[in-house]
Design a protein around this ligand. Sequence first.
Ligand code: SF4
Length: 525
Amino acid sequence: MDFDFILTTDRTMMTNHHGKEFLGFMTTSPAVGLPERLWMWLCAPKMKTDKAGRVWQAPYGLRKIEAALIDAGFKAAVVDPSELKKYSKSVKAILIGHHDFFAFCAPSSTWWVITGKEPVNRKYFMKLMESPAIREAKKRGAKLIVGGPAAWQWLHMTEYWTKWGVDTVVDGEAEKVIVDLAQRIIEGRTLPKYVYVGPQEAPSIEEIPIIKHASVNGLVEIMRGCPRGCKFCSVTLRPLRYIPLDVIEKEISVNVREGVRYGLLHSEDVLIYGANGVHPRPKPLFKLHEITLKYYRAIAWSHSSLSAIVCAEREHKLVSKLTEYIFSKTGQKFLGLQTGIETGSPRLAKEIMSAKAAPYKVEEWPDIVEEAFAIMHDNMIIPAATLILNVPNETTDDIIKTAELLERLKPYRSLIVPMYFVPLGVLKDQSLQIRIKPEHVDIMWLCLEHAFRWVPVISKMYLEGPFYFPLRVLIDAFLWWVRRQAEALKPKLKAYIEKLAEESRKWEPSSALVQEAEIGSATKP
Ligand code: SF4
């Protein structure tokens, strides 16, 4: 088969993590306590392919770009990184998407800081870029385009931009601009070095194409953008759009047709799908789940805000009713999601995420968090929650407040992951410097203790059945090893973190290339 445009990514992204999305967290860390090959087998097994090297399931973002190109009449396909050599002699462009090219995002950066070792997502991305297939295609004159949520990282890594000969970096929603870039490639016209797709240029609902093939773990998007306006978040810069139910149904059907019988509803805040402002409404949510459960045998929600959980339950008992409905239809026993606590300090919350608690007052944030955790615990929802350390202007008192909140969250079944601040959203001009404070150790330690308490319980529920038995044994052995290591290290940890604090590296964008880059839509001169 012949394709002009090949879309791909590295092994840590081109995988379905054995159908267990949570295992994807392991791809953000270096291999710890296990040989790397075993670590990679655990969290990033190779995706099934056809004879042409096309993958069975691909990351949703790549599927969207593939669909945009196919709809515009181009020959495009998503191919496994191990199969790229099939196309290195003929392809006109290789398009690479990633969530975290250089491991600057959370939690990769946190694991990197703690272990001092390069996370596997960065390592395998580097391997991909250095692979003979990409080098040969590049030497022959094929174009290299990179993009995805982590596109901003290239502004901090311009030496690799130049070294690998990346022709264009696309930052933002790419479904429209990619068609223009593809046309330029076919016609042999020059490409812009950098394309920023701002809110004005983001595709409307009608311009977002429907995926043509299965997405990883049946992920389908139900909404884009988020109205809460947290200062550290890039999602909030995008316009809010609800994907219509008929489009969602078509994408679910694509997955089911290709053999993916379970799925993930993707939104920054699932419970505000079709909401009245930030007040969840039962009707659109039940309609959404009725349609989804006509096709999928099991589902998860990608994200929900903690305030939407509290509001849905207080106003309509909606979390109880929805989970009861989902569990009765599917037979599943729990529902997973990601959420953000970020801080336990009302002062800091007011400064960086004043609408995160809406419709409630931001001063009530720690109480909202605890109430949401209690609701989720009672309704068998298992959250993987994030905390952000090192936010600009963070004080010792803010960190103490976060530690106090963590104490309150001990009884609730969950994972809590601390992450170092990354300059995104309104704060994107802040320096990408990790200033590690000794008080952060207390937070990390509390999160680790929380994990020791809850991971064995969660992994037993999550990896049920004989098929997952070897995985469960490995995870239990790994936890035992981490616990032993951590207890031995604890007395030295503060001194170690103080040393790291001194060594904190500073990455600054190279102004030369940024100034040269074209900012704006690809259609601008
Ligand atoms: S609630 Fe989440 S997605 Fe929305 S702006 Fe805040 S951090 Fe971003």
